[in-house]
Design a protein around this ligand. Sequence first.
Ligand code: CMX
Length: 443
Amino acid sequence: MAQENTSKMQRLKELFSEKIESTQKEVKDFIAAHGDTVIGEIKISQLYGGMRGMQALITETSKLDPAEGIRFRGYSIPELQEKLPKYPGGEQPLPEGIFYLMLYNELPDDDTVRRVSNNWARRAQIPPHVFKVIDALPMHTHPMTQFVVGIMALRTESEFKKAYRNGINKSEYWEPTYEDAMNLIARLPRVAAYIYRRMYHNGDHIEPDPSLDWSGNFAHMLGFDNEEFHELLRLYMTIHVDHEGGNVSAHTIHLVGSALSDAYQSFAAGMNGLAGPLHGLANQEVIRWIFAMRDELGGGLPSKEQIANYVRQTLNDGKVVPGFGHAVLRKTDPRYTAQRDFAQKHMPHDDLFQIVSRVYEVVPEILQETGKVKNPWPNVDAHSGQLLMHYGLTQYDFYTVLFGVSRSLGTLASLIWDRALGFPLERPGSTTTELLKEQYGKK
Ligand code: CMX
């Protein structure tokens, strides 16, 4: 049985290894032919402005178009909702499918997705010390901190670390990276669910059910066995996976990985970036902001005028309106729209959905009035909390952990490709204001 399991796991890896050689050749030939082609120019303002708009990274798994939104290996979210395999009786894509698409650059069939699911289920064992390390943290430790600590505790299992110490040839780096990525993806739901049950259900933990799909099992371990919630989590885990390479979490994982830090170290570093309020933590901040508004206004559905006043007050206090704006997007985030469609179908009369919808009607115009916000439209985080709240996942401090579990799929598929393509240590140049002034300030 153990042998049979190993050979099944090997088959997915072999399939990937068959892809590497042709892609390596394609990239090498392209660089040889076009390596000196100039693809843009850099303005001084971009150096001071967070490098917006600079094409400076290769990330094969997804590409973000400002006007259209995210595409994963060329497919939009609605296309994936149609084309990716579903759980029997379900309508939302299985996240296993989008992972396969990102890693293998091919749409999987039902059988392939089942193999990925089974593969992860077989890898999901967590060494007991991980739970002990988490248990040693004070209960008030933010769930994202507990998550990062859990990931680092899992690092004892790193195959890359062992292989490097044993002198692995650099042409084979991708192989232990693949193992680490697959193991980590398989184990993250259990770690996340452990933190959730520890914090909010008196440590009453729920054993995994390996017969379920990856996110169905995650929902089950969190304590939600409602099939509609399982569908929501499949959607959630699919739309948060990746957002090209320049966002803080993906970029960090790629950067740290470039030092040949293993998948555990790289992913934990990226999760610390995701935990920032301008990035993934915005999903908890949205609910905090809406609840504070509701409390201040005495409950119920606020009028448009009341919301507008509250938004203006937020801006006057020098704070951002969470869930709105984006560094790249210039329209309503299609990830927002996918969640709105889900709410319209399953909970059109939900109180919080009414508020989220009204906020959507009011905020963009006010942000536009400021004259400085480049994208006044809602992003993914403006909607996700409402859906979770509806099914009883009310502990919003936990929301960014869900985002993090999903983001493992895209960023770790990318990390495997980084090692397969032999990407070097990332080391851009920096300069000083004094030097810039000397070089360009006199014109
Ligand atoms: N509320 C208030 N002000 C905003 C704003 C918002 N939602 N979005 C942008 N601005 C402000 C910026 O703070 C900046 O102000 P200053 O010039 O005073 O510094 C100005 O508008 C210009 O910013 P921008 O070029 O439009 O946006 P950036 O690329 O600098 O920032 C982002 C993008 C997401 C950090 C920003 O829109 C924001 O802070 N949004 C709220 C937080 C949020 O929802 N983050 C989640 C993003 C998605 C994710 O990663 O999960």
